[in-house]
Design a protein around this ligand. Structure first.
Ligand SMILES: Cc1ncc(COP(=O)(O)O)c(C=O)c1O
Length: 385
């Protein structure tokens, strides 16, 4: 007897990193010491105040039950205050903020809430692979749109206007952009909101990188009337070194929030209360927290630039977020080729841009989530290889 999986997963490949990490594990089991510069997993600690609150609240015997699907009011208030302070945006904590277990789950919830089978979704190329895999999981039809270096990795609105957009229901955007590091501008958000309104397309901005190597966090809600057509995801994973905690949020108008809640409340329950209380502390951190986080990333960035220079890759020095994205030399066949060569010869793993879409074929991406000694060791290994 064979039990077959659902058709919806036949289109979804195993997440690239889980496959690659297994390969790296196998090499490690053979005794090979591999440095992984691929994944954007912040290696530094959350603030002491956050850790103390978690421990303190976890010791409270009354804090271990199910929690509300919409998060505790203190957390929704803290997100609202955070948006006010750092993005100059008013989001009503009663009905415009929904805490999530990271922004990644929000991509699924939003897709489940808004897309019917056969609806079209605009997905950036290159882009975070989850937009594509979730679109497949919900059996929507994916239409990729190119981000190009000569447009500073922004959508080409002229090209988009040439498409038949009548079946497009939703567009994924992500600024500051991963993997390219391109930053958001108010002008770009204005164009996106206007595009969404003109064609009745829900614009979803995935915004987890606005505090990393970026002096001016920007929300799509800065555009007048954006709440009518846009949704924004945010997260504490990168900004507060809390990736393993799974704390994020979606901001949306009360109607959209209710649609998303209808999905979420049927899929998971509220987050562990001590996590929520500690997240409240994280959201109340002052500017010096973000400055301290960025001070280290600035130093690491210099070393990553050195790796890119060693590999003769070209990059823009104004990138935001926790990766450096660089173009490989013309003499190299492909990014996968270069990545495999570096893995096999120098035992350093660097992400090939190909995994983010065809537009990433001639690019590689290095994460800033390794300590400076590790980056220096990578430079030595690559030089020696
Ligand atoms: C563009 C983008 N969106 C979302 C996520 C998921 O982040 P979270 O930890 O908030 O789920 C990532 C993580 O790598 C990302 O790069």
């Amino acid at each position: 007897m064979t039990i077959k999986p659902a058709n919806r997963i036949s289109e979804v490949k195993e997440y690239y990193f889980s496959k690659k990490l297994r390969e790296i594990d196998e090499m490690r089991q053979q005794g090979i010491d591999i440095i992984n510069l691929g994944i954007g997993n912040p290696d530094r600690s959350p603030s002491d105040a956050v850790l103390e609150e978690l421990t303190f609240s976890a010791a409270n015997k009354g804090n271990h039950g199910y929690q509300s699907y919409v998060g505790i009011p203190e957390l929704r208030n803290a997100f609202s205050e955070w948006y006010k302070k750092y993005f100059q945006i008013e989001l009503n904590p009663a009905n415009e903020i929904l805490p999530l277990m990271g922004s990644k789950e929000g991509i699924m919830h939003i897709s489940m809430a808004f897309l019917n089978k056969g609806d079209q979704v605009l997905v950036p190329n290159p882009g975070y692979p989850t937009y594509a895999s979730v679109s497949n999981l919900v059996e929507a039809d994916m239409v990729t749109y190119d981000l190009k270096e000569d447009l500073n990795w922004q959508p080409d609105f002229e090209e988009l206007e040439k498409l038949d957009l009548s079946k497009v229901k939703l567009m994924w955007v992500n600024y500051p952009n991963m993997p390219t590091g391109a930053n958001a501008t108010l002008e770009l958000f204005e164009k996106l909101v206007a595009f969404g309104k003109k064609h009745e397309i829900l614009i979803c901005n995935d915004n987890p990188y606005s505090f990393i190597l970026n002096d001016n966090p920007l929300s799509i809600f800065r555009v007048d009337g954006a709440k009518d057509i846009a949704i924004e995801l945010n997260s504490l994973s990168k900004s507060h070194n809390m990736a393993g905690w799974r704390v994020g949020m979606v901001g949306a108008n009360p109607t959209f929030t209710q649609y998303i809640l209808r999905v979420k409340s049927n899929m998971d329950s509220g987050m562990f209360k001590p996590l929520q209380l500690a997240a409240v502390k994280a959201l109340a951190l002052e500017k010096d927290w973000y400055e301290e986080v960025n001070k280290e990333y600035l130093e690491r960035r210099e070393l990553v630039w050195e790796i890119m220079d060693t590999l003769k890759c070209k990059y823009d020095k104004n990138q935001s977020g926790m990766f450096i994205w660089a173009k490989i030399p013309d003499s190299i066949d492909s990014a996968i080729d270069l990545s495999d060569k570096i893995l096999n010869k120098a035992h350093v793993f660097i992400t090939p841009g190909t995994i983010f879409g065809k537009q990433g074929d001639r690019y590689i991406r290095i994460s800033l989530c390794s300590k400076q000694e590790v980056l220096k060791e990578s430079i030595n290994r690559i030089n020696n290889a």
